[in-house]
Design a protein around this ligand. Structure first.
Ligand SMILES: [Zn+2]
Length: 127
């Protein structure tokens, strides 16, 4: 839980920093073309063209991986009573609306490997 909050906080500061990056673009264009509405629109067009890619990177990065954890329960894979994990969300994986499947650490590892070979970007449990 705490590591997830830290990841969100890191992403938030990354985003604030990214907003600051648009400041020099705005400043440069406004200095060259004046502070009129036209210059501001041009500055934002330039900024948008650059930050489209940066934002895409920030919001599809590994930071948005979400895991659910259960202290004890029965593994949906092998039936063992253990700590259970469930991958809810990864950059190109979203199981928020499906019936939850909780797996023990071994089954989860196997499933993660299988998903990785399918091209799902999974970093792993942050512990
Ligand atoms: Zn299992």
């Amino acid at each position: 839980m705490h590591t997830k909050n830290k990841a969100n906080l890191r992403r938030f500061f990354l985003y604030l920093f990214r907003w600051q990056l648009s400041t020099p673009i705005l400043w440069l264009v406004v200095r060259k073309l004046g502070a009129g509405i036209g210059a501001t629109i041009i500055a934002n067009l330039i900024g948008g063209a650059i930050f489209f890619w940066i934002d895409r990177f920030i919001f599809t990065s590994y930071a948005i991986e979400v895991w659910q954890f259960k202290d004890t329960g029965k593994c949906d894979g092998c039936g063992k009573e253990e700590n259970l994990w469930r991958l809810v969300k990864a950059p190109n994986y979203d199981k928020r609306d499906t019936t939850p499947i909780f797996l023990c650490i071994e089954c989860s590892k196997a499933k993660t490997e299988k998903l990785r070979t399918k091209g799902i970007k999974i970093r792993g449990k942050s512990k």
